[in-house]
Design a protein. Structure first.
Length: 168
């Protein structure tokens, strides 16, 4: 369990890059509505969730890391911030605020100043709220990238807007 916790912590705090689901050439912009998998560049661990709640901490839906590339529980969809329409196909610019919705369970990647149940001293990452219901800005992430827009296969980082924590 300790190795799993350390792997999860490293994943959540490591540089992420995009493994785009449907394109082959790797230079298309990521857009509103894009479905993707996020993968740690160093360890090939994908951001993953499923309908299992944390047994402690917030009790919200858990978010972990997985090595299997074909698991449907690793698909996330790019949406705009709460109460802001993000037109499907609109490129995501660097510094844009986005939400990541877990495709299988329809809840949002979420964080807050709540201690992680498995990696003490770190903030919990969970999946929370439902599409059309969530008004929680704890789901907002700023896209940090090198170009003007987020390009497929480009390494990116995400800054959680409320806590200021950057996934390195």
């Amino acid at each position: 369990m300790r190795n799993f916790c350390l792997t999860l912590l490293f994943f959540l705090l490591s540089l992420l890059f995009l493994n785009f689901v449907s394109s082959e050439d790797g230079d298309d912009p990521i857009t509103c509505g894009t479905v993707l998998k996020l993968q740690n560049a160093a360890d090939n661990i994908r951001l993953h969730s499923h309908e299992i709640k944390y047994g402690s901490g917030s009790g919200q839906q858990s978010v972990t890391g997985m090595t299997h590339s074909d698991d449907v529980n690793s698909h996330w969809q790019i949406l705009g911030p709460v109460n802001q329409h993000c037109k499907r196909g609109t490129p995501i610019k660097c510094d844009d605020i986005i939400r990541l919705m877990h495709l299988q369970t329809r809840c949002f990647l979420h964080s807050h100043d709540f201690e992680a149940p498995l990696s003490k001293g770190n903030n919990e990452i969970s999946c929370f709220g439902k599409e059309g219901e969530s008004t929680d800005t704890g789901d907002h992430y700023k896209v940090i990238c090198a170009s003007d827009v987020w390009i497929e296969d480009e390494q990116v980082r995400f800054k959680h807007v409320e806590t200021g924590i950057i996934w390195l």
